[in-house]
Design a protein around this ligand. Structure first.
Ligand code: CIR
Length: 257
């Protein structure tokens, strides 16, 4: 597999008002968030992909987390319907952008009452695991699976209880390697993978991304970094401290396809 394109969106000043489950971490520092975002883009660009950098959408504080607005497969792009009310409007702009990459008959939509956020979708080859979460409901999953099957792909639901999105806690880094943390460590769905167990104190570090043989690992998670290096990957660490304050990680910040 190879990714050719990455789409990101520069955070706006309103990123300080992003939704958070951990207000005790404080609000993101805007200049630092911008610097970390630039570093993230540099890291991605070094992996041989074309990076499209979209302009900030000030009216949507969480709009830098583009991953939640679409799921891109090798056969189609699926525009989501975020479960968070303040994020629903983010999809319009992404639908426009994706018209530049996909013909109209390969752009699909999740529609209300179905909700789905891309952070709940983990691609493993032609199979897509979908978290049933506070943001993604059963109706959204049913629509998603039926879209996949129309495009020759398949998927399955993974109920979750503790984390925001599926990929908050489990991430596939290709070659059958799966980073797992918390509630996903012993899940039967993932028994067939080479599971790399992320210790609870580094749980945030489970959200790594594979891009063409390189794995981006958040900065400050040494156990995860070592485990990924030991698997033989090229590793780039990227500091995402400001995005973590509003529950965002490495995967949320881009669409990779
Ligand atoms: C939210 O709560 O929607 C944002 N503050 C964080 C979104 C993180 N996205 C992701 O994990 N895919």
């Amino acid at each position: 597999m190879e990714f050719r394109n990455v789409i990101v969106r520069t955070p706006g000043r309103s990123v300080t008002e992003g939704i958070t489950s951990c207000p005790e971490l404080g609000k993101p520092d805007y200049p630092l968030a911008l610097e970390q975002h630039r570093e993230y883009v540099r890291a991605l660009a070094s992996c041989g992909v074309n990076v499209t950098v979209l302009e900030p959408l000030e009216e949507y504080p969480d709009s830098c987390f583009v991953e939640d607005t679409a799921v891109i497969t090798r056969n189609c792009a699926i525009i989501t319907n975020p479960g968070a009310p303040s994020r629903k409007g983010e999809v319009e702009s992404m639908a426009q952008v994706l018209k530049g990459f996909f013909p109209e008959d390969r752009i699909e939509f999740i529609r209300s009452p179905g909700t789905l956020e891309g952070g709940d979708v983990m691609m493993v080859g032609d199979h897509f695991y979908v978290g049933l979460s506070a943001r993604t409901n059963q109706e959204g999953i049913d629509q998603f699976l039926s879209i996949l099957s129309r495009h020759g792909l398949r998927g399955s639901a993974v109920p979750l209880r503790e984390v925001l999105h599926l990929k908050t806690g489990v991430n596939y880094i290709e070659d059958n390697n799966l980073l797992v943390s918390g509630e996903f460590v012993d899940r039967p769905e993932f028994k067939g993978f080479n599971r790399i167990v992320v210790p609870p104190e580094e749980a945030y570090g489970a959200n790594c991304i594979w891009v063409n043989g390189t794995v981006l690992v958040p900065k400050g998670y040494p156990t995860v970094e070592r485990a990924v290096r030991d698997l033989g990957y090229r590793v780039i660490t990227v500091d995402t401290s400001e995005f973590r304050k509003i529950d965002g990680g490495l995967s949320c910040l881009s669409l990779r396809f």
